[in-house]
Design a protein around this ligand. Structure first.
Ligand code: ZN
Length: 331
């Protein structure tokens, strides 16, 4: 196997479907691989691309030995092109798609497939998507465009309808845990914290583990309990989250509060548990979730990060204080 294309056992059903299409010459000219971040969509795209370019492919993928495989591993195969957001920008612009279209229009150097991978395809801006549409409408022979998207619904319907869409699902919990354990044995013990936060997506769970998510999730859970009961001040809680962790703080907080909403405000059943002085009012919790979503929608530079973090905790404390008042006055 080629070193660049790991094989994930939760892709097997999908892989078999792709193989059937390949064997019978019915591969579409455009494939849209959609699914949560961290389920290995790009790796699946790479595996298929490697197989199609390989001179001696097997049913599991590329041989890893032939000249085509060596060129691919070295990043110098002339019949494949990847389009991703360039530099600091987070969008794929029309110039990138034009270059891709030009590439697609040229003859294959090795006489086989020409492959274009667009990742993440849901980051194409409107002009870029329109430009791609023309290629999708009149695709040349032996061309495969693979669009990889976390949120396929963000793509224009005109693009989606011209692609064969395949959903890349997250594995079962057992598969995910054993894959994590194979990466690092200690991850099996953290799976209960990692996997739900990652939506069950193993590659994302692994990335999260490398960023210390389990410890940070536990820290935040205890801060939520401590600030709600007045043992910890909102400003001190906020100060423990450095600037580079602000986006993660917001994500972790949204996750925990949503769990709380789902469990009727009972924090003791969450993983990790949140020990609150009293159950927050459901309406106020919903309002807080709305506020978190609005905050996530704001541009990163619009607020002083420290003040933004304090605001999160101050509102949380206020919500819990009101919960206590509501309870006291209704008792
Ligand atoms: Zn090969």
């Amino acid at each position: 196997m080629s070193g660049q294309t790991p094989v994930f056992d939760w892709h097997e059903t999908l892989w078999e479907r792709l193989q059937q299409l390949r064997r019978t010459g019915r591969l579409p000219h455009a494939l849209l691989l959609a699914g949560l971040p961290g389920v290995g969509k790009l790796q699946l795209a790479n595996r298929l691309a490697a197989q199609l370019l390989c001179r001696e492919p097997g049913s599991l993928g590329a041989c890893g030995e032939c000249q085509a495989c060596h060129l691919l591993d070295a990043g110098s195969h002339p019949d494949i092109r990847r389009t991703t957001p360039e530099g600091e920008s987070r969008v794929i612009r029309i110039d990138s798609v034009r270059a891709l279209t030009e590439f697609i229009g040229m003859k294959s150097q090795y006489g086989g497939y020409k492959i274009a991978i667009i990742h993440p395809a849901d980051r194409m801006n409107r002009n870029a998507a329109n430009s791609l549409l023309k290629t999708l409408e009149e695709p040349p022979e032996k061309v495969l465009l693979i669009l990889v998207a976390d949120r396929a619904s963000l793509l224009p319907a005109t693009i989606r309808s011209r692609c064969q869409q395949m959903a890349v699902a997250a594995p079962s919990r057992e598969q995910a845990v054993s894959w994590l354990e194979a990466q690092a044995p200690e991850l099996a013990a953290q799976a209960a914290l990692l996997l739900p936060f990652a939506g069950g997506a193993p590659l994302r769970a692994l990335r999260d583990a490398e960023q210390g998510v389990p410890e940070k999730l536990e820290r935040l859970a205890s801060q939520l309990g401590d600030t709600a009961s007045g043992r910890l001040g909102a400003v001190d809680a906020a100060a423990s989250w450095p600037k580079e962790d602000q986006a993660l703080l917001l994500e972790l907080l949204t996750y925990l509060v949503q769990q709380l909403v789902r469990n009727d405000g009972d924090g003791t059943v969450l993983t990790p548990p949140v020990h609150l002085p009293s159950r927050p009012d459901p309406l106020m919790l919903h309002g807080y979730v709305d506020y978190l979503y609005r905050t996530r929608g704001l541009s990163d530079r619009s607020l002083n990060p420290q003040l933004a973090a304090e605001d999160l905790f101050v509102r949380w404390v206020r919500l819990n204080r009101q919960a206590g008042t509501v309870r006291a006055s209704s008792a």
